[in-house]
Design a protein around this ligand. Sequence first.
Ligand SMILES: Cc1cc2nc3c(=O)[nH]c(=O)nc-3n(C[C@H](O)[C@H](O)[C@H](O)COP(=O)(O)O)c2cc1C
Length: 216
Amino acid sequence: MTTRDLLRGLPVLAHEMPPFDPADAPDAPVPLFACWLAAAIDAGVDEPHAMTVSTVDADGAPDARVLILKDLDDEGWHFATTATSAKGRQLAGNPRIALSFHWREQGRQVRVRGTARTADPEVSRQDFLARPEGSRIATLPGRQSAVLTDRAELDRELAEVRTRLAADPGLVAEAHQVYSVTPATVEFWQADRERRHVRLRYRRAGDGWARELLWP
Ligand SMILES: Cc1cc2nc3c(=O)[nH]c(=O)nc-3n(C[C@H](O)[C@H](O)[C@H](O)COP(=O)(O)O)c2cc1C
């Protein structure tokens, strides 16, 4: 069997999925997102807080990777990473950003487009200190996205950092940075087995939000 045949034989959106009536949607996207996230957690979706984060580089070329959502509030969607990483440098040059969530079991997708802002240093510091030890050790070298010439170099650096952290548990990675994403548009997509998918987009309008349905 060719890869093409294999791919074409795979089912897509063929399972039971929850209904979504946009007429019942709230006035703003954050409460609806919180509701969908809670439903995904309740339904046992694996890593429901994993999202694809898309940025653009200095040439306008898109780049995307998976990150963990750390918080959601009136400021928007929060994540944490290393400011000197590829994505951190891209955001410093161009803060426009897109987040996409996919909750396969429920046939749901959420797309957020907006602007990333860096949180205050104290917020980033506290976020770092609240991380599990393994994550702190992994972040302390501060070299995310740099070229690694030798895996042994990574092991040496991690061992050194582990020793430093044991001696000074309050150690904080300087480049650890929390970002919040202020949304400009947020689209909620609910699959339908008959392909009558529902797309509801919130678009910022003045102090509030305009809501519109989109053709699937
Ligand atoms: C499920 C999952 C969760 C991840 N969470 C994070 C995260 O919260 N922060 C982070 O910096 N990288 C995280 N990563 C690693 C990123 O995908 C990426 O490899 C890294 O941030 C470097 O990206 P960059 O080179 O584009 O800056 C995660 C990867 C996966 C698969």
